[in-house]
Ligand binder design. Structure first.
Ligand SMILES: NC(=O)c1ccc[n+]([C@@H]2O[C@H](COP(=O)([O-])OP(=O)(O)OC[C@H]3O[C@@H](n4cnc5c(N)ncnc54)[C@H](OP(=O)(O)O)[C@@H]3O)[C@@H](O)[C@H]2O)c1
Length: 275
């Protein structure tokens, strides 16, 4: 079984560098998918209130027999729950659906700038952190401008910013901004949602050279850059394949070939537009 190395977050908490994402997995299937992932050796699970599968995720965790302290569970507050009091209520709901008494990482899902509530939301996150109900707090889909405003108004530097990141959207500016401030970069849709990226000839050629799959090469590229990754799959063989990425190394030529694929092209929404 592969051992996933940790990233040390800015408050000293260890987060596995590779975890399991469950976006678009219906609640009934999440239980099986998360159970398969835990069996395969994943110890970090990424869900969100809006995914509607915190209950299935929680059932799989409860039934797994894996000690709670060996797991790293992330969930996210949805946009309509932003605001101080509504955040505290939203957190209670997520925790109860997960069947847990704390989460490891709590993220603001989108800045939703038109509502102007992410600073108040984050102040509630700081209270959850101070109360020991979350081990680390962070954000998702925040642009550097949003982070700048947030950090001017609050005291805890976000531990993580989870953003869309894959070979067609390499996020150089954001990654550099995060690195300078001790914020870990977590890549969502690390495989480009399985569309297109895995057929790019340069990636297929690197996979052939190493006797690996295209998905493994893309995940390895993220890991060697220092990104946290959370690939999603409901296919048992892929769940295993995606964590079996610690037995080979991409060389400088491979990394350069993947770097050259950046097109600054998003698959998902622009953070300024989601409210
Ligand atoms: N914060 C945010 O706003 C945000 C937004 C999007 C996603 N996320 C998080 O990021 C996670 C991952 O992103 P994602 O689900 O969009 O995309 P992804 O992990 O990049 O790709 C998942 C897709 O690729 C396929 N796939 C997985 N492994 C494969 C392999 N080894 N070979 C071929 N195809 C493979 C999956 O198919 P099957 O499942 O059919 O096997 C699925 O269709 C999400 O689950 C979620 O936790 C966060």
């Amino acid at each position: 079984m592969s051992k996933v190395p940790p990233i040390i977050l800015n408050n000293g908490v260890e987060m596995p560098q590779l975890g399991f994402g469950v976006w678009q997995v219906p609640d009934a299937e999440a239980e099986t998918a998360v159970a398969t992932a835990l069996e395969a050796g994943y110890r970090s699970i990424d869900t969100a209130a809006v995914y509607g599968n915190e209950e299935g995720t929680g059932r799989a965790i409860a039934d797994s027999g894996v000690p709670r302290e060996d797991l790293f569970v992330t969930t996210k507050l949805w946009n309509s729950d932003q605001g101080y009091d509504s955040t505290l209520r939203g957190f209670d709901t997520s925790l109860s659906k997960l069947g847990l008494d704390y989460v490891d990482l709590y993220l603001i899902h989108w800045p939703a700038p038109a509502h102007g509530r992410y600073v108040d939301t984050y102040k509630a996150f700081e209270k959850l952190l101070a109360d020991g109900r979350v081990r680390a707090i962070g954000v998702s889909n925040f642009l550097p401008d949003h982070l700048e405003h947030l950090m001017a108004e609050t005291s805890v530097v976000p531990a993580v910013n989870q953003i869309e990141l894959h070979p067609h959207l390499q996020q150089h500016t954001a990654r550099e901004y995060h690195a300078e401030r001790g914020i870990a970069t977590e890549a969502w849709s690390p495989l480009g949602s399985g569309k297109g990226i895995l057929e790019i000839p340069a990636i297929v050629a690197i996979a052939r050279k190493h006797g690996r799959t295209a998905a493994q090469v893309v995940l390895r590229w993220h890991l060697q850059l220092g990104n946290i990754v959370i690939p999603k799959s409901v296919t048992p063989s892929r769940i295993e394949e995606n964590i079996d990425v610690f037995g080979f190394t991409l060389d400088a030529e491979d990394l350069a070939a993947i770097s050259a694929l950046n097109e600054d092209r998003r698959l998902g929404s622009h953070p300024a537009d989601v409210n």
